[in-house]
Design a protein around this ligand. Structure first.
Ligand code: AMP
Length: 369
């Protein structure tokens, strides 16, 4: 990670990858121009590195010139484009190819097209190393695109943040500081995770994701995922990791604006915990705590049999399936205590008592995070 002024940036695209893309663009354009001698026009300041590397890879005769436009203020592209240096040579009848480092809103391109409107060039084509499709608001055709990237601010390889970062040979992406609170609510089946999550999500304005609930919803709606999960759930076994992980990722993506999440019933294996860390990392965030409700096995069995009378859940109705779920918990899931303890994120809470008392105990842990 690097810091420029007040912001942090994480590695995004390596110089090797940039090099490969530049080579591809140079080959494609060389093929397309045929016998013409093209004039490459770089848009200063950002494109100086693109132009320099590009023309070294362009193995045919060519000319190079620059125009200088300014559009950025800090990390936002502005509507107002200033023409600082215009065209300094006659390009009548020439094949002109604009070399851009990045195209996001397309405002700069609007100004480029205005500049070339009365130049009577033979053809005007646009090549760009980076392109942000989500940000692009114009209709101008982009003839050559290097890499499509998400709509996040990047620096390096000619691109700057308030003047800094242009000299970096690779590209970095801004690391948004997320103030999310992400909790893993942990404990054996019947510990009261669902009940407590319902209180905590209101109190802390978090999104509650229960993998068991999502599976049950899919079973009820007879989706392919539901059919797959059902065979495992009916026996009290865990659904395979990849199926569960893909589903969890999709649920998190559906709530991309959340203040944070309560994960209930996930992770249940080390592989799931690893994937959750990666997911949080991709959101520039992290799991803040695993809070475990600790309840004795025999109390769990009693609670689940009681719940089974009204829940309609097959896996609550039969004592041997309930015991199998508890065994699965100790065999596969309980090890996660070590995973989060190693990161100083494990908090055990007594899960026996009134619902309100237990909410108070959990809140104390969360408030101290
Ligand atoms: P729960 O509602 O959390 O008790 O989950 C009910 C059942 O759904 C479990 O017994 C598993 O079959 C399945 N399940 C829920 N979450 C997971 C998970 N993270 N990994 C694998 N299976 C899960």
């Amino acid at each position: 990670m690097i810091k420029l002024h007040d912001k942090h940036f994480k590695p995004f695209i390596s110089s090797k990858e940039i090099d490969n893309v530049m080579q591809r663009l140079a080959d494609e354009i060389a093929e397309d121009v045929g016998e013409e001698i093209p004039v490459f026009v770089g848009i200063l300041n950002g494109s100086f590195m693109v132009v320099s590397d590009f023309v070294k890879k362009f193995k045919k005769p060519c000319e190079v010139t620059f125009i200088k436009l300014a559009s950025y203020e800090g990390v936002k592209s502005t509507e107002d484009i200033q023409r600082l240096i215009g065209l300094t040579q006659d390009l009548t009848g020439r094949t002109v190819i604009i070399l851009e480092d990045i195209i996001d809103t397309g405002n700069t391109l609007g100004e480029v097209h205005r500049i070339f409107k009365n130049e009577n060039v033979k053809s005007l084509k646009i090549a760009t190393l980076f392109y942000k499709p989500e940000a692009y608001k114009k209709d101008f055709k982009l003839h050559y695109i290097g890499i499509e990237i998400p709509n996040k601010f990047i620096v390096g390889y000619g691109l700057d943040y308030d003047g800094l970062g242009r000299n970096l040979p690779e590209v970095y992406q801004i690391k948004e500081t997320q103030h999310m609170t992400n909790l893993v609510l942990f404990g054996p089946p019947g510990a009261g995770k669902g009940t407590q999550a319902n209180f905590l999500k209101e109190k802390y304005n978090l999104v509650h994701i229960s993998t068991g609930d999502v599976f049950r919803f899919n079973i009820k709606n007879e989706t392919a995922l539901g059919m797959l999960a059902k065979s495992f759930m009916d026996k009290g076994e865990l659904v395979p990791d990849q199926v569960t992980i893909d589903m969890l990722n999709a649920e998190v993506e559906k709530n991309s604006d959340a203040n944070g999440f309560i994960f209930d019933g996930f992770p249940r294996t080390n592989a799931q915990a690893d994937s959750l860390d990666r997911l949080m990392d991709s959101k520039d965030s992290q799991i803040n705590a695993m809070i475990a409700l600790e309840v004795d096995d025999e109390i769990l069995v009693k609670r689940l049999l009681e719940r089974g009378k009204t829940s309609g859940r097959k896996d609550d109705a039969d004592e041997s399936i309930i015991r199998n779920r508890i065994t699965e918990y100790y065999n596969k899931t309980a090890i996660l205590k070590d995973y989060y303890t190693a990161q100083d994120k494990y908090f055990g809470v007594d899960g026996v008592g009134s619902i309100e008392d237990i909410t108070v105990r959990l809140s104390k842990v969360i408030d101290n995070l």
